[in-house]
Design a protein around this ligand. Structure first.
Ligand SMILES: *Cc1c(COP(=O)(O)O)cnc(C)c1O
Length: 372
């Protein structure tokens, strides 16, 4: 496990999707429905550590039915974005922070850590292979999905002794455009996402599988996402679907931001952290302070809480327009994106698309293959 920093990738170039077809796909990307030409894989075994690093054509994985990931759910993932630069380079947003979180997830799931340099090397290899899959329009991006699964063939109920890391990429449009569409949230009082001591703070597959029943209820109530409440009291607001939440409060000194603290049941979003820093930099006071659903409703009704938004890699920032639960329903502000939400979204995108100085050193530039 010690020589991993020097991990060399074996390259097998794929027959690419023809450039004409790629251009059509890149003109109107969806989310998670189109994949680029290549993938990166690495394997881990106790004696060898990480080895067998490859860049190959994107292809189906062949796995034995007794592969442990299918049975006991040792799977973790990350999601991050690369952005186009006019000089042929591509810019990854905060990849080291994603590498660290990947390892926190792996640790919680009793899986091996992947050295940060290897995680970064995989991302860079992917962009060297498929950098021409990074769409150039503002708002569009190339979504990178690194993941790790228990790859040992065994039915014993214990941590696996073999793992597979893989990285795939997919061109993506933003869920939030210049005029982001406000979302409606459904506060679930029946189901919870995460409990103290559980896995809520990490990106493991089971967290998502366990959340879809509540997501179905949200959809049945004409809502886009679930608002998760704390497991103990079902009073405190934690997250919105797979995104963190921010609230804008109006004070006599102007707007201030508030977000639930990382209590151990929330996922520490890289976007959340970016918003906290950007907000302070733009002069908004911020606090990481718990908020109950009651307080949120009351604050919206008496005009103290003027805006709210969900944030995460996939959608950047999505304004919250309405909140509903089995008992009640209210709108946030006038139900549209407020000025603080819009300003933060603009500031974040300006850095990601290279239209503002990278004040915080968030962008990691990678040489791509040239023309998009
Ligand atoms: C990934 C994720 C987020 C957002 O994290 P980012 O790093 O900002 O993409 C928030 N909550 C949950 C549950 C998540 O899985």
């Amino acid at each position: 496990m010690t020589n991993v920093a020097a991990l060399e990738f074996a390259w097998e170039r794929a027959e690419p999707i023809p450039a004409e077809r790629r251009k059509v796909l890149l003109a109107s990307p969806g989310f998670g429905d189109t994949y680029s030409d290549h993938m990166v894989t690495m394997r881990w075994q106790a004696e060898q550590g990480w080895h067998d690093a490859r860049v190959t054509g994107l292809a189906a994985l062949s796995l034995h039915p007794a592969t442990m990931a299918f049975h006991y759910g040792q799977t973790v993932f990350e999601g991050l974005k690369a952005f186009w630069r006019p000089n042929g380079q591509r810019a990854l947003f905060r990849p080291t922070d994603h590498a660290r979180r990947f390892n926190r997830s792996a640790h919680r799931m009793a899986m091996p850590r992947l050295p940060e340099e290897s995680f970064l090397a995989a991302l860079e290899a992917m962009l060297r292979a498929d950098g021409n899959w990074v769409p150039s329009a503002r708002g569009h991006s190339f979504y990178l999905r690194p993941f790790m699964i228990a790859a040992e063939t065994h039915l014993g109920n214990r941590p696996a002794e073999e793992y597979l890391f893989a990285l795939i990429g997919s061109p993506a449009r933003p869920a939030s455009g210049a005029e982001p569409k406000p979302i409606r949230l459904w506060a679930s009082t029946e189901y919870i996402r995460a409990a103290p001591g559980g896995t809520g703070a990490v990106k493991c597959g089971g967290n998502y599988g366990g959340s879809y029943i509540a997501q179905q209820q949200a959809a049945a109530h004409d809502c886009d996402q679930v608002v998760w409440l704390d497991a103990r009291e079902r009073r405190y607001v934690e997250e919105a679907g797979g995104s963190n939440l921010f609230f804008v409060e109006s004070t006599t000194d102007g707007p201030r931001l508030r977000t639930p603290p990382l209590s151990g049941t929330l996922l520490a979003g890289v976007t959340r952290d970016s918003i906290l820093r950007l907000a302070r930099w733009l002069g908004y006071p911020v606090s990481e302070e718990p908020l109950t659903l009651d307080e949120w409703e009351q604050g919206c009704r008496d005009g103290r809480m003027t805006e709210a938004f969900a944030c995460g890699t996939a959608r950047a920032i999505a304004p919250v327009g309405h909140v509903a639960s089995a008992q009640r329903e209210w709108s946030v502000g006038d139900g549209t994106a407020g000025p603080v939400t819009s300003r933060l979204l603009r500031a974040l995108l300006d850095i990601q698309y290279g239209q503002a100085p990278d004040e915080f050193g968030w962008m990691r530039l990678v040489d791509g293959p040239g023309e998009a």
